[in-house]
Design a binder for this molecule. Structure first.
Ligand code: FAD
Ligand code: NAP
Length: 551
């Protein structure tokens, strides 16, 4: 296997995106001795941490786990200043990684991939960018991110608004001055929950427009404890291994018992302990049936609801903030620092959009069905076209002129979340139907990059140029992922995990929810059996036509 012969500016692999995934993929390709070109739409590395610069942006995974494990030196050298690093610190870390491993020289910044077509004659991908570059590559590796295409709702009249309209996922690089401003925030997912307390402190007045109340758990952020950090570093190998075999990519797991098998006092004690520890421990460390049994779920949900009632002084406000329409954990819970406390401030107004929906944005504010709220700045914390938004925007065309967008018009179809039949040599890091967003993502990103790296090495050693899944394996995986999801409470709930936040998006559970460890075993087993479920070096389309192919 070598660079594509006769191609203009050919490379072995194109990697799209320079966040956590793209950077490690470029490192891996270099380690394998393959030539690579990275394309990144932003002007720098960092992905999520390059784009999401809103006040309060920080990780919800504890930083000692929300980091790379591939380099022992890196993980020993790097010191995190807080339990959950802030956006500038994570960006600085990823910039350091890019520099330490000299990755920038392979990346073209300010360059968006706008088309990628599989050339059957040349058995390679022809990739086009918005800067007019055309490059040919044997392998096309998507590292475009699960949460990188902002979801901007069509708000009537928004073009008339006199002040800035800022999406959290496209926050300006210059400081945004809001001290003497009336600020409105639309959306109370994780981005809203993180930014609202800080915007409340900075703004003259803050109005929060909430449609669906979210469950939020205290992060309990704190400066890093040097003794604990040293302990983690001394035990990193074992900790990382635990993350890899766990449910959620963290070194802790659910309590294997049913919430209903223990006394109310024992349940309360378990959740109280997890609440006091804070963060993802509460989300991933509760009883085993929290996501599969509605009554068991009520135990966790009621616990959080009671905490909201304790913090928010005004009863009516507390009730509006209290989620009752979905079970705990069926939408991504937020982690917060003084989120509910913020609603006790006199300069913060909460608007319940379920009761009084948005009618229009006016020149001077936002009008709901009963009031016009005057605003100088409108913040859209409205989330992302998650999991498939950035991938499908690349206009990927596989064998027989089949568009990935058309093939996936009823939902993603792939094998192991990694490859789709009819799209040879296209790998999707944290693709849909892999654990991805249902986990501590660096754990899953590293697993995918390692799997892809091993696969490329296998192809080289065995003289193969192409790999793609069989349609049968793909059908099996799609059915399996749906069956696993159907055992949970997730599918019945409108969320970005089910595609419900984007009008017209197919309704499926997008992440694979059987757990990081279980998933890893499936990937490892396929590789160990000589890439079972895949065809290596296929000279013609494999078996029957993929769904969505023209007749
Ligand atoms: P990204 O970081 O999204 O990088 C993808 C890059 O691809 C982007 O820079 C984008 O510009 C680029 N790109 C996309 N399309 C193209 C194209 N066509 N051409 C060129 N470039 C393109 N996960 C956790 O596990 N724990 C957390 O605590 C956590 N916190 C988060 C906080 C926020 C505010 C957000 C939005 C997400 C968070 N996530 C968290 C999820 C986070 O996205 C992942 O953890 C991780 O950063 C993803 O890395 P990535 O490289 O896969 O994708
Ligand atoms: P989100 O969870 O999708 O939340 C979007 C919010 O905007 C919801 O409250 C939604 O209300 C509201 N909204 C959307 N369109 C609206 C409209 N037209 N009118 C009124 N309200 C509207 O998005 P997010 O907060 O950006 O988070 C997305 C994901 O990114 C998170 O779940 C998480 O995985 C990741 N993230 C992580 C962190 C972290 O770990 N620190 C921080 C931020 C984000 P409805 O619910 O009613 O639709």
């Amino acid at each position: 296997m070598s660079a594509v012969r006769g191609a203009d500016d050919g490379v072995d692999a194109v990697v799209v995106g320079a966040g956590f995934a793209g950077l490690y993929m470029l490192y891996k390709l270099r380690e394998l001795g393959l030539s690579a070109r990275g394309y990144e739409a932003g002007s720098g590395v960092g992905g999520t941490w390059y784009w999401n610069r809103y006040p309060g942006a920080r990780c919800d995974s504890e930083s000692v786990y929300y980091s790379y494990s591939f380099s022992e030196e890196l993980q020993q050298e790097w010191e995190w200043s807080e339990r959950y690093a802030s956006q500038p610190e994570i960006l600085h870390y990823l910039e350091h990684v890019a520099d330490r491993f000299d990755l920038r020289r392979d990346i073209r910044f300010d360059t968006r991939v706008v088309a990628a077509t599989f050339d059957e004659g040349g058995s390679c991908w022809s990739v086009r960018t918005d800067t007019g570059v055309q490059v040919r590559a044997r392998f096309l590796i998507s590292a475009v991110g699960c949460l990188s295409t902002p979801n901007v709702p069509a708000l009537p009249g928004v073009e008339n608004f006199r002040g800035p309209v800022l999406h959290t996922g496209r926050w300006p690089h210059e400081p945004v001055e809001v001290t003497s401003c009336r600020v409105g925030v639309l959306g109370t997912g994780s981005s809203g929950v993180q930014s609202i307390p800080l915007l409340a402190e900075q703004a003259e007045h803050l109005t929060v427009f909430q449609r669906t109340p979210n469950y939020s758990v205290p992060a309990r952020n704190a400066p890093s404890d040097p003794v604990q950090s040293a302990d983690v570093k001394a035990n990193y190998d074992a900790i990382r291994e635990r993350c890899r075999r766990s449910l959620g990519g963290f070194p802790f797991d659910v309590d294997p018992r049913s919430a209903l098998s223990v006394s109310p006092e024992e349940r309360e004690a378990l959740y109280r302990g997890l609440w006091d520890e804070g963060g993802m421990r509460f989300v991933f460390g509760g009883f085993a049936d929290v996501l599969t049994d509605r009554t068991a779920n009520d135990v966790a949900a009621d616990f959080v609801r009671a905490r909201i009632g304790e913090v928010v002084r005004e009863g009516a406000t507390a009730e509006v903030l209290t989620p009752r329409d979905h079970p705990f954990g069926t939408r991504r819970p937020a982690l917060d620092t003084r989120y509910y406390e913020t609603y006790n401030r006199d300069d913060v107004t909460l608007v319940d959009l379920h009761r009084t929906p948005v009618e229009e944005v006016t020149a001077g504010g936002l009008r709901t069905s009963d009031t016009e709220y005057p605003l100088d700045v409108l913040v859209l914390a409205t989330g992302f076209d998650a999991m498939t938004g950035s991938l499908l925007a690349m206009n990927i065309v596989g064998r027989d002129g089949v568009e990935l967008r058309k093939k996936w018009s009823d939902g993603p179809r792939n094998h192991l979340g990694l490859m789709s039949a009819g799209f040879p040599n296209l790998f999707t890091i944290t693709g849909p139907l892999s654990p991805s967003v249902f986990s501590n993502m660096p754990t899953c990103i590293e697993q995918h990059v390692d799997w892809i790296g091993d696969c490329l090495e296998h192809l080289r050693r065995n003289g193969h140029d192409l790999i793609e899944p069989t349609v049968e394996a793909e059908d099996g995986w799609v059915e399996h992922a749906a069956r696993v999801a159907a055992r949970t409470l997730l599918g019945a709930v409108d969320s970005w995990w089910t595609g419900a936040n984007v009008p017209g998006k197919p309704r499926v559970v997008y992440p694979y929810v059987a757990g990081v460890g279980t998933y890893r075993k499936a990937c490892d087993a396929a590789a160990a059996r000589g890439y079972d479920g895949f065809v290596l070096n296929p000279s013609a389309p494999v078996r029957r036509r993929p769904q969505g192919a023209p007749a």
